[in-house]
Design a protein around this ligand. Structure first.
Ligand code: NAD
Length: 303
């Protein structure tokens, strides 16, 4: 199949491109920059441009069968700084993309929303897809709004959207250009022998998923023709202090940890209920945290 990966030069997108190539697809990447940690791949058709450039986006969509849409220029911590700009960069381009897709008769689009940002502080654990949506950052509000436009286009034009809500992915190549991901950040700090800053008391619980697992699940769901919203995590929670202990063991470094007040845009505890995805793709064996962290550490020390 001819597949367009928008944001394919980022952390998650680069792993998706790797798997799609292994599976034998023809890959075009639309991104506003090249990969930070690798040279361009010889068998990928790169279109380096900005999503706000509609003619370039139109060109990139020609002869495509499936779109994976991962580009996002903000993360929860940066999105509240300039909300109008966040809307211009992450909401309006989605509508332009949807309009172009419909014009070209393209119906299959896989969108990366966010499990951590759309639900807000959860009222249940684990959180299933029917949990109320109470985002606490502009980033989360835009993810929810984009999701709703995908559903609207499904209703009006017969779009077949697959909306993914990943939990906390980690792994090699994280930290593309705006830092997101505590495991990669702490491993970098361990490498530089710098102190770690923990927002809160370190008892916050998150659902960490190794990026290759996230991509395998994404691929299986997209090829199974799944439509609608799906949580993607490992379905288990780990405390931040446990992550720090693991990092100390794996790196052999005793870490200095500074605990400061928690941040207002960060959800304290969340574990995703992934049974909806598992029902479609069947049982999946997740990479254990010590192995995923070790792989990320090895990569950090190679680059
Ligand atoms: N990494 C996480 O912790 C996480 C968690 C949940 C959801 N997500 C979502 O998954 C998706 C991918 O995340 P990631 O961590 O790989 O992000 P990333 O920042 O590493 O990659 C995003 C890519 O999109 C590109 N991009 C951004 N704005 C663009 C624009 N206007 N035009 C063209 N290209 C543009 C960037 O250059 C980058 O290569 C994002 O939508 C993100 O919100 C990420």
């Amino acid at each position: 199949m001819n597949i367009l990966v928008i944001g394919g030069n980022g952390f998650i997108g680069s792993h998706l491109v790797d798997l799609l190539l292994i599976k034998g697809h023809n890959i075009r990447v639309f991104d506003n920059s090249y990969e930070k940690y690798r040279k361009p791949l010889s068998n990928v058709d790169y279109r380096i441009s900005n999503l706000e450039n509609i003619p370039d986006l139109y060109e990139a969509l020609l002869s495509i069968d499936i779109i994976f849409y991962l580009a996002s220029s903000s993360v929860p911590s940066t999105s509240n700084i300039d909300i109008v700009s966040d809307i211009k960069k992450n909401l309006i381009p989605t509508l332009n993309l949807l309009n172009l897709a419909i014009k070209l008769g393209l119906k299959r689009i896989i969108y990366f929303s966010s499990g951590g940002a759309v639900y807000g502080e959860p009222s249940a654990a684990p959180i299933n897809e029917d949990h109320a949506l109470n985002p606490i950052s502009s980033y989360g509000i835009i993810k929810v709004t984009n999701e709703m436009y995908f559903s609207l286009f499904q209703r009006i034009y017969g779009l077949r959207p697959l909306i993914l809500r990943p939990s906390n992915p980690y792994g090699p190549r994280q930290g593309h250009y705006i830092a997101q991901g505590v495991i990669s950040t702490f491993l970098r700090k361990a490498k530089l022998k710098e102190p770690l800053t923990v927002y809160g008391d370190g008892n916050s619980t998150k659902d960490y998923i190794y990026v290759k697992d996230l991509i395998n699940l994404t691929y299986d769901l997209s090829m199974n023709n799944a439509v609608g919203v799906f949580n993607l995590g490992c379905g288990k929670g780990t405390k931040l202090n446990q992550i720090i202990e693991l990092i100390e063991k794996i790196t052999g470094n005793q870490l200095e940890v500074r605990y400061v007040d928690k941040q207002i845009y960060d959800v304290e505890h969340f574990i995703l209920d992934i049974s909806k995805a598992i029902q479609i793709i069947g049982d999946y064996s997740f990479t254990p945290l010590p192995i995923g962290i070790l792989e990320t550490w090895k990569w950090l020390n190679l680059k």
